[in-house]
Design a binder for this molecule. Sequence first.
Ligand SMILES: C[S@@+](CC[C@H](N)C(=O)[O-])C[C@H]1O[C@@H](n2cnc3c(N)ncnc32)[C@H](O)[C@@H]1O
Length: 115
Amino acid sequence: MMAMQSGGKTIWADEGAYPVRERLGEASEGEVLVVDIGGGMGHDLVGFRERHPGVKGRLVLQELPYMIERVEGQGGIEGVELMGHYFYGEQPVKGSCHRVFSLSFSRSSALQLKK
Ligand SMILES: C[S@@+](CC[C@H](N)C(=O)[O-])C[C@H]1O[C@@H](n2cnc3c(N)ncnc32)[C@H](O)[C@@H]1O
């Protein structure tokens, strides 16, 4: 597994940016907490875990298939599920009441929340 670090960059999960604990709450063990759509190499999810290590729930990185292959080629990311998906298609992650879709196209991106 890739021991990636977010490198101290500013991300949406930073203290004082998006109110993670108030808005996300916690998912149960098997539930998806965050889906990062177009999440690149997964830096924001890694950063999320660094900043909020105790928050339960699965983290999913959705990216173009070639990007997912690239991440897999580097050994994957511990604690992050990789999913090749084009965001114009139907969202395959469904059914959780603790679900966030992170359209992080920039460092200061907004989030689209679905409960
Ligand atoms: C500007 S980058 C942002 C990457 C990351 N979220 C960040 O903030 O560093 C946009 C990302 O969207 C992905 N992307 C572009 N078109 C996509 C599509 N149709 N479906 C899924 N991901 C896509 C690209 O591969 C790229 O990694």
